[in-house]
Every structure is written in structure tokens, then in C-alpha cells.
Design a protein around this ligand. Structure first.
Ligand code: GLN
Length: 197
């Protein structure tokens, strides 16, 4: 099983290291054609406007849309969550969505300046152990459609959600040695492979 990490901007190496730590072959995806070589894809944290611009420039919007339409799992972390969302709220109000795949509304930089970054342990539905999470200028999911399962909340706000083969979290799971969430995603990828025969 191979899992790709979209390598346009952001925390790419760290995700690859976490995948390798659980015995998954990780590929840095720099061209849309490389998507044929992977069974699942992580869209990392970084800066969502930049990632969105580069995705448009290199033809990734269509290619990842087609990838997801085949039922192949996607995992968006922090800026990657913003890239997956159907509705984005920024400083100046609504922004144009990027992949627009997940039925969620996301508010960017939702924690404000006082809490630009912090680290905490999370209790996540479907994961037995606590998940160590690093939040950096993190977004929050303010609304989730009926097909979306909420896997974790912090102060009543949604920080991990899943919609079928789409997984998203508002923090950086790759900046610690905790690989629980990567293992959860790898299981989703494994299951989708079994379902596809
Ligand atoms: N604040 C960033 C954005 O809006 C996301 C932050 C991150 O990925 N650490 O794109």
C-alpha cells in the first residue's frame, strides 16, 4: 500500500516520516500523474491559499477530484482541511473553496491571536489511545452536513471529521511521534482497497 503526500507547500516530510514509521510507503506527489501510484493521499498543513493556487496551476484540482471520485481516501490536515471543505470563512468573509469535497464549513485562523499555537491530547472516536495534537493558526469546523461524522471536539468545536473516505483534522498530527491518526487513515486506505477488490 502506498500513500502520497501532496508536495506543493507545507509539512510534507513530516507526514512522510509518520507514514514510514507505521510501515507505509510514502510518496511525495509533485505531479498529478503520480496519483496513479498511490492508494490514498494526505494534503498537509501549511498555507491554504498558497496550496490552492499551486493546485490550480498544476492541474491538481481536477486530478484529485477524479482520485476522490474513485473512492480513494483523502486526509486533509490543517490547511489541508481547508482545501477539502465546501465552505470557507476567512477574515473578510466567505472565500472561494478549493477541492470543495467535504460537506463542512471551515473558519480559518479560528483560535485568534492569543492562542496562535498550542499542543494537547485528544480523545478521538475510533482511536483507542489519546492523540497528541499540535494546533498552529488552526481552522475549526463550524458546521458539518448530515453525512459527516464528528470524531473529536475541543471546547465544543469540531476538530476531526470524517465523511466516508474523506478525513480531516484542524491540527498537525505529523509534528509529534504520535502516529495514531496516520494509522487510522492507513486503515481507511486498506479498507477502500479491499472494497475496490
Ligand atoms: N492558517 C493556515 C491557513 O489558513 C493554516 C495553518 C496550518 O496549516 N498550520 O491556511
Amino acid at each position: 500500500m502506498n500513500i502520497g503526500v501532496l508536495a506543493l507547500q507545507g509539512a510534507v516530510r513530516e507526514h512522510m516520516r509518520s507514514l514510514e514509521a507505521i510501515g507505509v510507503t510514502a510518496l511525495a506527489i509533485k505531479h498529478p500523474e503520480q496519483l496513479h501510484e498511490v492508494d490514498g493521499l494526505i494534503i498537509p498543513g501549511g498555507e491554504s491559499t498558497t496550496i490552492g493556487k499551486l493546485m490550480r496551476k498544476y492541474g491538481f484540482l481536477e486530478a484529485i477530484g477524479a482520485f476522490a471520485a474513485q473512492g480513494k481516501p483523502l486526509f486533509g490536515t490543517c490547511a489541508g482541511l481547508i482545501v477539502l471543505a465546501k465552505r470557507i470563512i476567512g477574515q473578510g468573509g466567505a472565500e472561494e473553496p478549493h477541492l470543495a469535497l467535504m460537506d463542512i464549513t471551515v473558519r480559518r485562523n479560528a483560535f485568534g491571536r492569543q492562542r496562535e499555537s498550542f499542543e494537547t491530547d485528544l480523545d478521538v472516536s475510533g482511536v483507542d489511545e489519546p492523540v497528541r495534537a499540535v494546533f498552529i493558526r488552526a481552522p475549526l469546523i463550524t458546521e458539518a452536513g448530515p453525512g459527516v461524522d464528528v470524531l473529536c471536539k475541543v471546547n465544543e468545536e469540531i476538530v476531526i471529521a470524517r465523511q466516508g473516505h474523506l478525513l480531516a483534522c484542524s491540527f498537525h498530527p505529523e509534528l509529534t511521534d504520535d502516529v495514531n491518526l496516520h494509522r487510522y487513515f492507513a486503515d481507511m486506505v486498506k479498507q477502500s482497497g479491499i472494497a475496490a477488490g
